[in-house]
Design a protein around this ligand. Structure first.
Ligand SMILES: Cc1cc2nc3c(=O)[nH]c(=O)nc-3n(C[C@H](O)[C@H](O)[C@H](O)COP(=O)(O)OP(=O)(O)OC[C@H]3O[C@@H](n4cnc5c(N)ncnc54)[C@H](O)[C@@H]3O)c2cc1C
Length: 329
């Protein structure tokens, strides 16, 4: 591991100052992703800024009836929080589908938003070709073992996926991400937070250099949404999603009046297709409607030698997640 210096930030402004002292400095929260990447030699910051002492761990209701989740809230505290379990059970379910109890005790909301891909070729520096790790070097996954890779939104430069479960639920819940940086405060809708790889796969998110995530906001819940998070993976625990689906809908008068479907494991960011969601609106709930939406979601999918199975898996997972959500009230 390359030598690095550490600093412990005493407040948000101190954190912003500390991060500005070296262009390759990184914040560290739970450390469950960054420290791994440093040990593997994938990331080699000259300075890390410990933000764990910042007062950003609270989960609280906002005056409009929504929820503010501090960036340092632990994943286990989020999943167990009464307001999340009762009002946003989709988020609780998604977090509990991820990692292990020990990891969730350490992992934070902000760190989870920022976690990097689990592409084997990104993680293993023995492979020199990785545009995400080493821009311009190529993509070993294109001609390699690409079973876990993207089927939607990928580019010739990168076919990696976003590995997070939490992010998929946040996408279906229309979360807002509050960040603070040298130019002040910004609020980024979750759909614009993560990026598609395009020509710059080394940039995962639209967070600017030196910006700190301070909180995640969930809009107030109205009506009686039903939801389900379905995660399909090689092992039943402690494995990343091959495909996951966060399904959320409202049914009234025998028809679906609102629907959101976000997919994980299929793209470089949580994947939503508004046209597919619109297909459900005004229709009676049931397999016919769910199949039509599922077909629309995977339209335009591009597969690679080892991951063609993901198209059918994604379609079936969408139908199953919506069917399970429908049965809940
Ligand atoms: C064995 C294993 C299995 C796992 N399985 C799953 C799984 O099934 N599903 C899943 O979703 N996840 C899984 N994870 C990933 C885990 O959820 C992440 O490692 C964790 O959420 C990262 O949070 P952290 O606080 O530890 O981040 P850190 O490691 O501290 O930081 C990660 C990145 O976020 C940045 N960062 C952290 N906080 C902030 C902030 N407030 N503002 C700006 N940048 C910030 C850091 O600079 C760093 O770049 C697994 C991890 C491991 C090790």
């Amino acid at each position: 591991m390359k030598p690095f210096s550490t600093a412990r930030a005493t407040g948000v402004h101190d954190a912003l100052h500390q991060i500005s002292t070296a262009p390759d400095a990184r914040f560290v929260a739970g450390g469950t992703n960054l420290i791994d990447l440093m040990k593997y030699g994938v990331e080699a910051p000259s300075r890390i800024v410990d933000i764990t002492q910042l007062p950003l761990g609270r989960i609280e209701e906002t005056p409009d009836g929504g929820l503010r989740i501090g960036a340092l809230a632990r994943n286990s505290d989020m999943a167990a929080h009464p307001l999340i379990r009762t009002r946003y059970p989709l988020l609780s379910e998604a977090i509990l589908a991820g990692a292990s109890a020990q990891l969730r005790n350490a992992a934070t909301a902000g760190g989870n938003l920022m976690q990097r891909t689990r592409c084997y070729y990104f993680y293993d520096i023995a492979f020199t070709q990785c545009n995400k790790r080493n821009p311009g070097s190529g993509c070993a996954a294109l001609d390699g073992f690409n079973r876990i890779h993207a089927i939607l939104g990928a580019s010739e430069q990168c076919i990696a996926t976003n590995p997070s479960d939490m992010n998929v639920a946040l996408a279906a819940l229309d979360a807002l991400i509050r960040v603070e940086g040298p130019s002040g405060v910004r609020v980024i809708p979750i759909g614009e937070f993560h990026r598609l790889p395009g020509d710059t796969p080394q940039i995962d998110t639209n967070l600017k250099p030196g910006e700190l995530i301070t909180s995640i906001h969930l809009p107030p819940v109205t009506g009686n949404p039903r939801s389900h998070y379905l995660k399909v993976r090689d092992r039943n625990s402690y494995a990343f999603a091959l495909v996951s689906v966060a399904a959320w809908m409202k049914i009234d008068g025998g028809n679906i009046i609102d629907a959101r479907i976000a997919l994980g494991g299929v793209a470089h960011k949580p994947w939503r297709v508004p046209e597919a969601e619109n297909l459900l609106k005004g229709k009676p709930p049931g397999e016919a409607a769910y199949r039509a939406a599922a077909d629309a979601i995977v339209q335009g999918a591009r597969t690679y030698p080892n991951n063609a199975f993901k198209v059918e898996l994604a379609k079936r997972s969408v139908v199953r997640a919506l069917t399970t959500a429908e049965a809940r009230s």
